[in-house]
Design a binder for this molecule. Sequence first.
Ligand code: KG4
Ligand code: ZN
Length: 334
Amino acid sequence: MNYILAIESSCDETAASVLKDGCEIISSVIASQVAIHREYGGIVPELASRHHLNDIGSVVRSALEEAGIAPAELSAICATQGPGLVGSLVVGFSFAKAMAVALGIPFTGVNHVSAHLLSIFLGQQQPDFPFIGLVVSGGHTSLYRVESFLSVELIGHTRDDAAGEAFDKVAKLLGLGYPGGPVISQFAEKGDKNAFLFPKARLLDDPYGFSFSGVKTAVRTALNRLSKEQVQQAIPDICASFQRAVVETLVSKTLCAAKAFGMSSVVVAGGVAANKALRYEMGIQAQKAGIQAFFPSPEFCTDNAAMVAIAGYHQLKAGSLAKADADVYSKLLC
Ligand code: KG4
Ligand code: ZN
């Protein structure tokens, strides 16, 4: 398997990547739709599908050109199969499947969440198995026990909003636009994280579960008590205090799982893993607990096809191929 082409289209990024010899990413191209969805304050699924249709051909062509290879040189193809927006997934998955059939090469479908977890193997610093994995993005906030490239077991997940979704919704409440994570984290740097005391859902009956709808509601309640001018002045403090509540919850639940399962490493992946405060706090608290925390580089935290290539490579190596009638899925399966 010299060259593997991977395609990602689960949400609002059309991405393609070529992996060489199972370890070297030789191209990674991403066409982001953020500017299109920003106008609506969030992702509009039908628009996302239509833009994937528009972009998929040129993104794949660019990935092959950047890698300097022809389609005939590909050894296998993989694509995200789910979870995600069905209309978006179908575009990348069928394109990849059709290309594999036309070239007569193997094809496999990749779980988007596993791909986020395995994105850590795109960097220099790589953990040994097993480890506790936290996938924290716009669509997911879940904890996993990761035994190997192919064995990923869900141990807890959010019962309502994902952490990234909470960042996006709070940014919308504050009129800061979409996506919320990067802009909230920028304002938070200038604010006082102790200015507002926002709740952290502990969920004593569900130690590895998360809930972020309460903190979002608490922000709304706090805003209702302030005048427009006061809100404008308090934005940095609100952002810092909200971010603190989310970060502390993510850190404590992840390290609690690592201790309970006797793991010496944790991996944090997904779009919210790009958050500087989360990276800092997880690093410090993990170190205190004698645990090593790993983060993919920020470019591989948000959706990309390089992570799909790594996950797909290990499936293909193990002989796990998609059936001819393989379909996409919208919900978390593992
Ligand atoms: O992984 P991703 O690109 O897409 C999903 O699979 O959902 O994650 C996107 C999410 C968005 O909710 C965005 O607000 C959040 O990741 N995000 C951040 C940061 N950068 C992106 N959240 C907090 N801090 C950031 N720096
Ligand atoms: Zn994602």
